[in-house]
Design a protein around this ligand. Structure first.
Ligand SMILES: NC(=O)c1ccc[n+]([C@@H]2O[C@H](COP(=O)([O-])OP(=O)(O)OC[C@H]3O[C@@H](n4cnc5c(N)ncnc54)[C@H](O)[C@@H]3O)[C@@H](O)[C@H]2O)c1
Length: 254
């Protein structure tokens, strides 16, 4: 029996990176996965892979989660597929990186919408479903959400993720009496399609940061998804409001 047997897990941004891996692993653990992505093509590929592996999944392509109305309608459609939602996994995100005096106002606003507001939109729409049978919200933060980062200007990304980490705490407080848990996972550097260009030619300051990671490697998508499986499962039924840092120890170096 899988660790997520029978749970309906709604996962955003399953077209690639950690989202694709989450869809595969949650399905392998017995969850009924409902996923979305703005990219219909990559979403279809994930659906094909999960089904080929024997998993249960329904996918919705072309969903832009930065639009509150689109998100609300999608969450209703997602809840209708297997009659409910037990896990809402807010993985999708859009980032913009530039030094503060070069960051366009439009990019600041897109990043806040694409990493923070989209979590609010999805949670707001899913709340009544999550409260029905007891549910869990798994948010994805970042180590940049609790500190400055030297190797790349992450001003707005970090600010948005700080919001996600703190929103998680408020959701835990509001959700507890309703049987809703809320947790956040803050990854360190993870190799995904979004970061592959940095792996291919890392800036010197970034390479130096990686070399100091106590576990002596950068992260893989499975490092994050393993944590998500545990936190979404009933094994974590008394864990709420936490921000679990998964970074090979990189953020505890003095
Ligand atoms: N990769 C890292 O090192 C790292 C580190 C810390 C946090 N994170 C966070 O982890 C999450 C996943 O990152 P990743 O590296 O796998 O990214 P990724 O870009 O590889 O995947 C993100 C997925 O979300 C989808 N998406 C983007 N905007 C969307 C929208 N508006 N509506 C619907 N779908 C949308 C993309 O199409 C893509 O399939 C993000 O929230 C990111 O901020 C990543």
């Amino acid at each position: 029996m899988g660790r997520l047997e029978g749970k309906v897990a709604v996962i955003t941004g399953i077209g690639g990176g950690m989202g694709r891996d989450a869809a595969r692993r949650f399905a392998a653990e017995g969850a009924k996965v409902v996923g979305c992505d703005i990219n219909a093509e990559t979403l279809e590929e994930t659906v094909r892979i999960v089904r080929a592996e024997g998993g249960e999944i329904t996918g919705f392509g072309g969903i832009d989660l930065t639009d509150a109305d689109v998100t609300e309608a999608w969450i209703e459609d997602a809840a209708a597929v297997y009659d409910g939602i037990e896990v809402l996994y807010n993985n999708a995100g859009i980032q913009r990186f530039a030094p503060i005096d070069e960051l366009a106002v439009a990019d600041w606003e897109l990043n806040i919408k694409g990493e923070l507001s989209l979590v609010f939109y999805a949670v707001r729409a899913a709340w009544k479903h999550l409260g029905k049978n007891g549910g869990v919200i798994v948010n994805i933060g970042s180590i940049a959400g609790t500190r400055g980062v030297e190797f790349m200007p992450q001003n707005v990304h970090g600010t948005a993720k700080a919001g996600v980490i703190n929103l998680t705490q408020h959701l835990a407080v509001e959700g507890g009496p309703l049987g809703i848990r809320a947790v956040c996972i803050s990854p360190g550097f993870i190799v995904t399609p979004a970061t592959q260009f940095l792996v291919d030619s890392p800036p010197a300051a970034m390479k130096a940061t990686w070399d100091r990671i106590p576990m002596r490697r950068v992260g893989q998508t499975s490092d994050i998804v393993n944590a998500a499986v545990f936190l979404a499962s009933d094994e974590a039924s008394w864990i709420t409001g936490v921000n679990l840092v998964v970074d090979g120890g990189g953020s505890v170096i003095g």
